[in-house]
Design a protein around this ligand. Sequence first.
Ligand code: SF4
Length: 883
Amino acid sequence: MTRTTCPYCGVGCGVAVVDGVPKGDSAHPANFGRLCSKGAALKDTLDLPDRLTTPMMHGREAGWDEALNHIAAEFTRIRAEHGPEAIAFYVSGQFLTEDYYAANKLMKGYIGAGNIDTNSRLCMSSSVAGHVRAFGEDIVPGCYDDLEEADLVIQVGSNMAWCHPVLYQRLMAAREKRGTKIVCIDPRRTATAETSDLHLALAPGADVVLWSGLLNYLSHHDRLDREWTGRHVSGREQALDAARDAAPSIAFVAAAAGLRLEDVRSFYEMFAATERVVTLYSQGVNQSSSGTDKVNAILNCHLATARIGRPGMGPFSLTGQPNAMGGREVGGLANQLAAHMTFTPADIDRVGRFWGSPGMAKMPGLKAVDLFEAVENGQVKALWIAATNPADSMPRAGKVREALKKCPLVIVADAWPTDTTALAHVVLPAASWAEKDGTVTNSERCISRQRGFRAAPGQARPDWWMFAEVGRRMGWDKAFAWQNPADIFREHAALSAFENSGARIFNLGGLADIRDTDYDELSPVQWPVPKPGGGVTGPRLFARGGFSTPDGKARMVPLTLPVQLPAVESTLTLNTGRIRDQWHTMTRTGQVPHLMTHIPTPSMAIHPRDAAARGLADRSLARIESDQGAVVMRVSLDEGVRPGDVFAAMHWTDQFTSSGPIGLLVHGVTDPISGQPDLKGAKVRLTAIAETWRGHLLRLTGGAPELSDALWWSKTPITTGFAFELAGWNALQREVHSETVLRRLLRISADSELVSYSDPRKAMFRYAGISRGRLEACIFFGPPGADFSGVEQAKAMLGRGLTAMERMALLAGIGGSGTKPAGKIVCSCFSVAQDEILAAVQAEGLTSAAQIGAKLKAGTNCGSCIPELQKLLQSVPALNAAE
Ligand code: SF4
């Protein structure tokens, strides 16, 4: 058995690999054996096709020596001619800590610029900035056990049920036992909000007024801990004054946040009356032009009431990525130096001496949005991107793509081709999750080992090795002489303890001398780790003060209300986020057929009222424009979306849809302190498109369908190949029926038989490519509203020989017996559709998720769909009445 960790979210679940099959690790303290739908599907990602296995230069294969020598020579030349700031790294929360350490040391200690930033900038840099402002250091003060020991849990801008499912399930289990009250603060009625006791669907950006109102309420009702704050907090009176000015009354808050007065009061009363309060927050707070202030507004309330660092209470930032925390510890953000040190002269000197640096970076580097602007304007001339896909995930994605096209040297290290590798001059094949060794830190400061259990394919190598090789080839052999990840980890741990007399709580000194064998065996360990001579340690911090500020006191921050972007007539606010079964830009999860069944196509969710005002029906097409770009997407009507907002998932890319990444629409506004992009605040305009035809293409291979313009498409992997949904808004081109076009579209050879069945009167056309009796591809065209029920059966026939009856049924478009009912799949583990669940609920009088599980197996594997099962149960009023 190999013990490792899940490579997706910041919960950091342990994985035990037995006979090559990843399963939940019952001994890991984050998950105790549970995995969500993504983690449970890890076994299906081990042998994904299209791995990058060879270094490539300008589209041709190259050896490692050639590629690395080229990078080192170009970096040396550019550094000499234009200075170190002309080189930049953009890395990833998917990195292991050792990868991060190697990249950070090379950039800040040797190339000599601060220009290394990470996609964690997009995820939680506002939390980092908020922590530093309040605590003097980037510290999450609590632990997961607090969720199980709290009496009130507040979820702010956090759809835990979908984005941190295993932790959410721990919370739900605790709620069953102790009756935990849950408040969800989110503009959208998410799966998480559905199960809360109180949902505050506040207006986007109104968090500061809501939390300032709470602080004011607590002060007014004498619920502050004046004794504790007197000893351990500075800035209390200034923060209270500011809260009074910003949110003078509950009525003011309710009006400003677009909430019912009684709901705001109810929330405030619950907080005031409950000592054990945990506030969980994530991207809904962080990804904002006022993200840092939102974080401090939350921290202010916990500090003012001393609800921090004790069992069942505290503010808790949930990180999105598996090792965003490790990146923060190393210094992977451009405004950090290393090991929780910053760009003060003393820290620069200390880290420089530790590293033996020939020329340290003297100032913070460019944060992500600024970094790509510097690429665009030519200031950055060489960019190394690793384990991330900014051509899709960055705001202003269209401009990012243009910038990369202009950049003289773009290096991309990844395991699979992406829209970013397509723009690289040098592509480096990276080892993937199952092939790498190192450490990760989860949201509760727990360091776990990630252990490789498969050989990397071809010439793929870990990222730390690539950075070390380039460092050596630039002439710094000794500084980058690591032989393995354990060497790097020891150096990282030693740096955290170097001249650290307690000023920095982040201290892994107790692990600085860890032997290779002990590193191999390392069990999950939470920092600060015990070390010789004692010092701060334990799962919770700050109950007795001891903040990392010069006076040891936390700082409450006086906050004013954020400046709102001016409203533009008829625009809607674009909220972006994640869906349950996908991860980032879908390079892995998007290739697993059953993970694509829950939400197979991208769409823009809109409240029915806003849709009606624009002539939009459910599943209709709309043109969506912002000041950054325009896309065509399907719309989905959703009463859970706040009127005035729309919501779209962040995952889809050019590889999966013509709609392109949602980043094409997102503006470049950032938080002024953290530099985190406002990924939930762009203004968009929706216009209905009159669809003229729809189609379904089934093929053995992926790749965009070759049809003329005025075409929308979306691709889904299926067990037999790929399914494309198509639609157009021009008359279906006559040439589509030409044999040449059809053969290209179906990707069938000249030897294959092209058979057709057409009913021009109904504008229905079906074509199939058959080779030696085997169905290679087929395409169905018809008007909107046409019956495409035969598509489901055709999916099952793809790639296999057809009987005469099947061939007839295929071309007649007739669905056969045994075809799964169409409709939304709720449980992706067992492919259980919503229709089946509702039918069983009604027919058998099922009243609980457990009963649905016993009947249909839905929800009995990973449990990620349980919130939706509960919602479906609630949607059957007759049964609810009977309960
Ligand atoms: S909650 Fe899911 S995605 Fe996150 S670490 Fe656990 S198994 Fe992985």
